[in-house]
Design a protein. Structure first.
Length: 195
């Protein structure tokens, strides 16, 4: 089954302070990554939209759980993460809480966590912490190597083999939104996890 990801609408944004939180049992795929990992842009590529998901050249743009509904049937959700934390301490706590609360709350419905790693810098301690948290919740995970348009082919291969060791047994997908590399493969992986 291939899902038509372009059949998408913004559903809603959720923060820790949202008083009425929806939550039905639609299957969900989550996108996480440190700030400025090109995460929101990747979601636009999957949706074949230019700017449905808000992007910014200033790191720290995504500060809410922004939920999109695909084919009236599935949620694809852009979560913030914590590079931002280094700038404003209070945001660190709030965003970390939002992420951990959201993943725990939606645990039963989440079918895949798409985790973006910088292909050039490789996994940072915060990535590893996040990965361990995802595994603790027993959620399926897919590793996306982001920013590959900055690398040569041999650097991409090195990054893939490093990620294969670090995230042993997981799908590793090198992706570029601007060059549309890896997008179809990722769409297939997401479709499969939602079927
Ligand atoms: N060269 C290149 N630039 C990209 C690509 N994808 C995104 N960008 C740029 O990188 C910047 C950040 O992209 P976002 O998608 O907003 O990143 P994000 O991970 O959602 O960032 P936060 O929400 O701030 O955590 C934007 O200026 C994008 O235009 C890509 O594939 N190649
Ligand atoms: Mg974003």
């Amino acid at each position: 089954m291939t899902i038509k990801f372009s059949d998408v609408k913004f559903y809603k944004s959720v923060s820790l302070w949202t008083s009425e939180v929806f939550f039905d049992n639609k299957k969900e795929v989550i996108f996480v990554g440190r700030s400025n990992m090109w995460k929101s842009s990747l979601m636009n590529s999957i949706f074949e939209k230019k700017d449905l998901v808000k992007t910014s050249s200033v790191p720290g743009k995504t500060r809410l759980a922004n939920i999109f509904v695909v084919a009236n049937k599935y949620y694809l959700t852009d979560l913030p993460w914590y590079w931002f934390a280094k700038l404003w301490k209070e945001f660190k706590d709030e965003l970390d809480w939002l992420i951990s609360w959201y993943l725990e709350e939606r645990r039963e419905s989440i079918k895949n966590v798409i985790m973006l790693i910088d292909s050039k810098l490789w996994a940072q301690q915060s990535d590893i912490d996040m990965y361990e948290f995802i595994l603790k919740l027993e959620l399926p995970v897919t590793i996306v190597l982001s920013k590959i348009d900055k690398l040569s082919n041999s650097e991409i291969s090195k990054s893939v083999s490093h990620a294969s060791e670090m995230f042993f047994g997981q799908n590793i997908v090198p992706v570029s939104s601007t060059k549309r590399v890896g997008i179809n493969e990722l769409c297939k992986i997401i479709s499969k996890s939602l079927s």
